[in-house]
Design a protein around this ligand. Structure first.
Ligand code: FAD
Length: 487
């Protein structure tokens, strides 16, 4: 099964006019976050096996597992049959299957032993490359390191490396509590080294263009950022018949969409606020920072501003008593900091120095002199506009995938064809058992792009794709063997 690593210009011979130096790969993965890493791990030959133990609560799943041929990896089994009737927090059946086997009863709050073991088969290696903008870990490398995950740390693990055993000499890490973003960023990047995946990773690379070729092949073009300052970026080209998009959902933050929303003091990530503090642009005596949004990221920004002693004005559209705030879905004992922010929002800031909430407010305009025009509730149920002076605006309103490098910027790939792809409301339309895009043969999407928004579910896409390509390769090998016999 092992294919030659990085066969130069195999496809170039087939497709005249390809750029010089084009490298052929069986699989090209764009995006080196948890989903790209999980897929590379399986394509490297690390396969999951059912250990024969009954599922603690799902007798039907146990029965189905018993009916599949024993001794084979889950990769080789019938994923459609095994995942029948499963329900949970992903819409993708194979993601639910993997989750049931890897973290049985996770949603019941029980830490049951996994029903999976892993075996390494070097002969199952599939030739692939993982391209990604930064170090392995994807979006976890670009978030503020001090923030804690929503998920328990054991839900953030990748196969074969216990989160507790990693961290080299630091304080012991508990799998039943939340992890810091910084520890996860290190875990994912160390994972690639410790699981010997490095040779498949090409980090510091940006894919700038994908071009469809005849016979359902794809040309992937991009640049590798030069290590040395001033040195030119190096262009690269790959050609493949299996292009996997694992580019996540964080590259294009939602903008305020008001005049002035690109002023230099208007930022869209907590890291930018931290940077401004470090540069001395923000401090205790600055005008207030205007935080816009009412989700967990906005709450993280408020916590961070208060940590740095910055005065905060906090604008959001909902009323302060709205029952739909995300904080209400989180148990208070595990997420005390978010409940504190929710309390501040409800209180309006009366009891909290240096914080004032502005519920039911809209930003109308941001002026270059740091003045912001807002509209909020006025007298007698009317609306009123007024102007405030701020030192910075940080708007945390969610993000969208950036598929500008795809033909027609990815138009038509979503479940709702006429709308742009968005992980929650419009994921890429995929075949549930191969993760192949319904509208583009040879193109696949995994992870957030396919609607698997939590790390514990990104393994589903990795399993489905590995199973699909393994079965495809086996069937091609059988066809070739039959042809040989016929001759
Ligand atoms: C603030 C925040 C908190 C979160 N908390 C949790 C949590 O507690 N638990 C949980 O399970 N999930 C959480 N998530 C979701 C989690 O981030 C995703 O589930 C996970 O990272 C998805 O992995 P991915 O590999 O699909 O994408 P990503 O992690 O987004 O990685 C994709 C990578 O591909 C890169 N890329 C994009 N385009 C290109 C290109 N053209 N060329 C090269 N590289 C490219 C991106 O820059 C990115 O680095 C959180 C997300 C956010 C934003």
């Amino acid at each position: 099964m092992r294919a030659p690593k990085g066969t130069f210009a195999t496809a170039a011979a087939q497709h005249a006019g390809l750029p010089q130096g084009t490298v052929h790969k069986q699989v090209v993965i764009v995006g080196n976050g948890p989903s790209g890493i999980a897929l590379s791990h399986m394509l490297n030959g690390n396969w999951p096996y059912y250990n024969g133990q009954p599922h603690p609560t799902d007798e039907d799943l146990t029965a189905r597992l018993a009916m599949e041929p024993q001794g084979l990896s889950i990769v080789e089994q019938d994923l459609q049959f095994l995942s029948q009737g499963l329900e949970g927090r992903s819409n993708n059946a194979v993601s639910l299957l993997f989750d049931c086997l890897n973290l049985p009863c996770a949603d019941l709050g029980v830490d049951s032993e996994p029903l999976l073991g892993w075996q390494y088969h070097p002969d199952k290696y599939v030739d692939h490359v993982v391209l990604g903008k930064g170090p392995p870990g994807g979006s976890w490398q670009t978030m503020d390191g001090s923030v804690l995950t929503i998920s328990l740390s054991r839900w953030m693990e990748l196969p074969g490396l216990d989160f507790r055993c990693f961290g080299g000499g630091g304080p012991p890490i508990c799998r039943d509590s939340r992890a810091s973003v910084a520890s996860l960023a290190k875990y994912y990047s160390d994972y690639v080294k410790l699981r010997h995946l490095q040779s498949n990773f090409r980090c510091g690379t940006i894919v700038t263009r994908v071009t469809p070729l005849p016979d359902n092949q794809w040309l992937i073009s991009g640049v590798e950022q030069a290590g040395d300052e001033g040195a030119p970026d190096l262009p690269f080209n790959y050609v493949t018949s299996h292009l996997v998009l694992a580019t996540g959902n964080c590259d294009r933050p939602n903008k305020l969409k008001v005049p002035g929303d690109s002023e230099p003091f208007v930022v869209y990530s907590l890291l930018d606020i931290e940077r401004m503090v470090k540069q001395g642009k923000l401090g205790e005596h600055s005008d207030p920072v205007l935080v816009v949004g009412a989700g967990l990221s906005a709450a993280d920004a408020i916590i961070s501003c208060r940590f740095h002693g910055l005065p905060v004005l906090h604008a959001f559209r909902r009323s302060s008593g709205d029952p739909g705030f995300v904080f209400k879905q989180l148990p208070e004992n595990m997420y005390p900091e978010y409940h504190k922010v929710h309390q501040m929002m409800t209180d309006g800031g009366k009891s909290y120095k240096n914080y004032r909430s502005l519920p039911e407010h809209k930003i109308i305009e941001i002026r270059p002199d740091n003045k912001v025009r807002l509209m909020g509730p006025g007298d007698n149920g009317s609306s009123a506009c007024y102007v405030i002076k701020v030192s910075a605006v940080v708007a945390l309103l969610g993000a969208q995938p950036d598929l500008d490098f795809m033909p027609m910027a990815g138009a038509g790939l979503g479940v709702l064809k006429d709308l742009p792809v968005a992980s929650r409301s419009n994921p890429v339309h995929i075949d549930p058992f191969s993760y192949e895009c319904s509208s583009a043969p040879g193109l696949y999407a995994i992870g957030s792009l396919a609607g698997d928004n939590l790390v514990r579910f990104v393994h589903g896409g990795a399993l489905a794709f590995t199973s699909h390509i393994h079965k495809q390769m086996t069937s091609e090998a059988n066809d070739t063997a039959e042809e040989t016999v016929d001759v």
